[in-house]
Design a protein around this ligand. Sequence first.
Ligand SMILES: [Zn+2]
Length: 111
Amino acid sequence: MTSPSRHFATHEEMESYPFPFVCFACRKSFKRPYSDSPRPCPDCSGDAIALARRFRAPRKNAVRPWRVVAYLVEHGFFYQPVHNELGEVIRYPTTMTAASQFVRQYRAQAI
Ligand SMILES: [Zn+2]
């Protein structure tokens, strides 16, 4: 996997703003300055990975939406902007059915 930051953060942003990091084991999101390598989750010390700042975490007990997020990340979608054929930024899917279609359709824009 290449460094996702190049696709969704300017150098300035990386230094100045916190990014959402997610731990899928805990279904937890927390903010830290950007890092290409995983940061330890404050709850379980497992690997938490950085997503683009537009990411909004599902509620902790929302198991299925979290599964969709994990699936997208696994396929190279870190909530970086994804464009349709008209060049418009599209919304990220929130259901598994939509997510698998999204991954097939926009595979070329995966990181
Ligand atoms: Zn954790």
